[in-house]
Ligand binder design. Structure first.
Ligand code: KIV
Ligand code: ZN
Length: 533
């Protein structure tokens, strides 16, 4: 039993049997989706925040996948203070060994090893007979247990697996030493009633089911990932795998913030609890959005920009009379600070630093100095500076601190009479280079100029603009996604001038691609085809 004080000082008695373990896979399932690539430093920053907010298990990556993944998992293992650090591995012995090596420095470590069990996966993907898969389950869990007592086994495509075979595999995995059994809805196919029944069936039929914790891992292809995960909890599952902002393969994974707040807000029908500090959810959402450059949908539950905005007159009237009329949870409970008109060009360094602390940033003195200079420059150009402006500025500062290629200046000739042209000056590893290029419109001209100075084969997959705040002097935030070979990365740039923001976003993505490639095994070859000299 655990006694906890809630925000309204009610003393709540919680039973350990109702505690749902939050397993965050933002850095593995989230990061592996196209365009969500994070740099090494960004991964460390996200992991530190997950640890601070009370995530129980951090799935830090897939160590065999690349040198970069291995290095990130190892460093997260070294630095994490509270959470269990987990690495993913397939069934192959070398996968498991590599994973074990990466998580070795962790105070609390887990190997998560998986194998497909559905007929379609076994036949076409693995090209194995069920009896061979069954033997592989035993072998993979046994091997993982040589390295740690905390082993999770996943039946990939579990929701499309034959029940008798699933029961046999789960029983064998537990017997071989698995302490957590995950039944993923890999393809986002199940519905809440069915997922509930699946876990109820397993808990009833598998003889040693009480010796492991069952886990839910849901994808959102039919928009039911969160509902399915919560149905699983009602069926006795005590670990939920999820990601910040619901990022992940295809339509994404179950969103951590939605799971946590559904349990908190509807505790009458979902009588569970988690160790998450919900007031950090907004910060986590912003950090992951900044690191991946994946914008958060405006109407996204819990963390979307409009999640607590009341626009219609009837709603506003009700809210003024009593907030409970239209609000089932308060913005403060998820860490939303009321947007305020913060500062202007007369605000000093001290006020700026105070504001950053209020927004949850901890900057080094160099970062603070650079951010302050940029804040002053912005304040000269923009009358009202809001929290969102400062966040965009600081996120950009942190994301691009180590960039090799930086924008020095840009002049664009645009308008009805073409060709539009851009004169661009870049700082590349401390050397200045200037070029002029034309294009089919000003953005095309800028991107052609970048290509002229930094020849590369990356393909532009996405170009998106939105305003950070309101008003014609609002900063534009541009997202750019570039893809080359197996990699695709997204980056954002913010500036009151949309064209400058576009150049910053493109350069950000190029820098990210280079840093990703230089950390991978094949990096050297690819870097040469992206010659920055
Ligand atoms: O969706 C899935 O099946 C997975 C497994 C590797 C757990 O991500
Ligand atoms: Zn998954």
């Amino acid at each position: 039993m655990t006694t906890a004080k809630t925000a309204d000082t009610r003393v709540e008695t919680r039973s350990d049997k109702d505690r749902v373990v939050i397993f965050d896979t933002t850095l593995r399932d989230g990061e592996q989706c196209p365009g969500a690539t994070m740099t090494h430093d960004e991964k460390l920053e996200v992991a530190a925040l997950l640890d601070e907010m009370g995530v129980d298990v951090i799935e830090a990556g897939f160590p065999i996948a690349s040198e970069g993944d291995f290095a990130a998992v190892q460093e997260i293992a070294r630095r994490t203070k509270n959470a269990v650090v987990c690495g993913l591995s397939r069934a192959a012995p070398k996968d498991i060994d590599r994973c074990a090596e990466a998580i070795k420095p962790a105070a609390r470590k887990r190997i998560h090893t998986f194998l497909s069990t559905s007929p379609v996966h076994m036949k076409y993907k693995l090209q194995k007979e069920p009896h061979e898969v069954y033997e592989m389950v035993i072998a993979q869990v046994t091997r993982a247990r040589n390295y740690t007592d905390d082993v999770e086994w996943s039946a990939e495509d579990g929701t499309r697996t034959d029940h008798d075979f699933l029961c046999r595999c789960v029983e064998a995995a537990i017997k071989a030493g698995a302490t957590t059994i995950n039944i993923p809805d890999t393809v986002g196919y199940t519905v809440p009633e069915e997922y509930f029944a699946l876990f109820a069936m397993l808990r009833e039929r598998v003889p040693n089911a009480d010796q492991a914790i069952f886990s839910a891992h849901c994808h959102d292809d039919l928009g039911m990932a969160v509902a399915n995960s919560l149905a699983a909890a009602r069926a006795g599952v005590r670990q939920i795998e999820c990601t910040i902002n619901g990022i992940g393969e295809r339509a994404g994974n179950a969103a951590l913030e939605e799971i946590v707040m559904a349990i908190k807000t509807r505790n009458d029908v979902l009588p569970f609890w988690t160790g998450i500090d919900a007031t950090m959810l907004t910060r986590a959402s912003k950090l992951v959005s900044a690191a991946t450059s994946f914008p958060v949908q405006y109407n996204k539950a819990i963390v979307g920009r409009n999640a607590f905005a009341h626009e219609s007159g009837i709603h506003q009237d009700g809210m003024l009379k009593n907030t409970q009329t239209y609000e089932i949870m308060t913005p403060e409970s998820v860490g939303v600070k009321q947007t305020s008109l913060v500062m202007g060009k007369h605000s000093g360094r001290h006020a700026f630093q105070h504001k950053l602390e209020e927004l949850g940033y901890k900057l080094s003195s160099n970062q603070l100095e650079d951010a302050f200079v940029r804040f002053k420059a912005l304040a000269d150009r923009k009358k009202h500076i809001y929290d969102e402006d400062i966040e965009a500025l600081v996120d950009e500062e942190i994301a691009h601190e180590h960039d090799r290629i930086k924008l020095t200046s840009l002049t664009v000739i645009a308008g009805t009479r073409g060709p539009q042209s851009a004169t661009l000056e870049l700082d590349i590893d401390g050397r200045q280079q200037t070029v002029q290029a034309t294009g089919n419109g000003p953005v095309d001209a800028i991107f052609n100029a970048i290509k002229a100075i930094v020849p590369h084969e990356a393909v532009l997959e996405l170009y998106q603009v939105h305003a950070v705040t309101e008003g014609t002097d609002a900063q534009a935030e541009v997202s750019v996604r570039l893809a080359q070979d197996d990699y695709s990365v997204t980056s954002r740039g913010a500036d009151p001038d949309t064209l400058v923001a576009s150049a910053k976003a493109y350069l950000g993505a190029l820098n990210k691609l280079m840093s990703k490639q230089s950390r991978s095994g094949e990096g050297r070859r690819r870097i040469h085809s992206m010659d920055v000299g």
